[in-house]
Write a protein that binds this ligand. Sequence first.
Ligand code: 5GP
Ligand code: MG
Length: 181
Amino acid sequence: MPNRIERLDLLISERRIRARIAALARGIDADYHGRSLSLVVVLKGAYVFAADLTRQLGTPFTTDFISASSYGAGTRSSGKVALGGTGGLQLDGRHVLVVEDILDSGRTSAAILDLLRRRGPASLALCALLRKPAAGGLDLAADYVGFDIGHDFVVGYGMDYAERHRNLRGVYRLIPGGAAG
Ligand code: 5GP
Ligand code: MG
């Protein structure tokens, strides 16, 4: 049953996100020295992040979008990762940077990296706006991370709960209402 009464607590303000993304972009520019990048943006949650990140990049890039879903309409991962839109990707010999919203268990990103690695990229790296504690125990190194956060479920800045709240300008913790309302 969806909770009818929920609370949103600001976790990361629009201003902090903007500053951090500018720093991430400077790091990416420094690392790639003007070599052209193939960005692979993971829909839907990373679309706002990607829009802001790309507008701070000096590095030339192409953009492709893939989709990944594991959560459905809940706040717990189903554990299964469904990838879409990967069929036409031409990444052979390219410097590929995957742009993700959140690393939680890391299963989604691991599945994406496994698939993209088989397309013969010259290099493959991962950029995530947020990283949760569970991702720390993984054998999955994120090359660029915006913010380390706690275990809470978050929304805003492209990220949803049952398709809502993507348009919030900051990142918010979503506190579900109790069963008694
Ligand atoms: P993982 O496979 O790393 O466990 O889960 C990663 C994906 O689950 C993320 O790309 C994101 O789409 C979704 N996810 C994980 N934590 C959250 C969260 O707190 N809020 C939202 N909206 N999505 C999340
Ligand atoms: Mg996602």
